[in-house]
Write a protein that binds this ligand. Sequence first.
Ligand SMILES: [Fe+2]
Length: 133
Amino acid sequence: MFEWTSDMSIDNGFIDEDHKKLIDIANRVLLLNRPNRDAEELKRAVRELYDYVKYHFDREEALMREIQYTDTESHHQKHQSFVKEMNHYLTSSHHMHEMLDNFQKLMHEWVIHHIMEEDRKLNNFMKSRTPDP
Ligand SMILES: [Fe+2]
């Protein structure tokens, strides 16, 4: 199971809320992936995860452009390749369990590396721009 921890926090309310929600949906997918699973419910959850990832990336990138974040383009590229990988697993997996295994690895990679490293750089950038009171 994935868990949001305070060291993932970004100094911007909506990003943390989005990350928590993404982790919730990813955990729901994991929980639904059990013996005698309801395939339709599982597919709906995977679809919800996919849609929410895209929605979240769009708004995170809109924020980057708004604050003129210097690494916007490379961060955008990382989001794009994540979405591309999700698309690939959704369309080319032969079995549900294969797709879910890959999704799980991808989410793990995203939670551990993307949030902890890439999104933190954005956090540091925002902090560096905030004038001292
Ligand atoms: Fe990001």
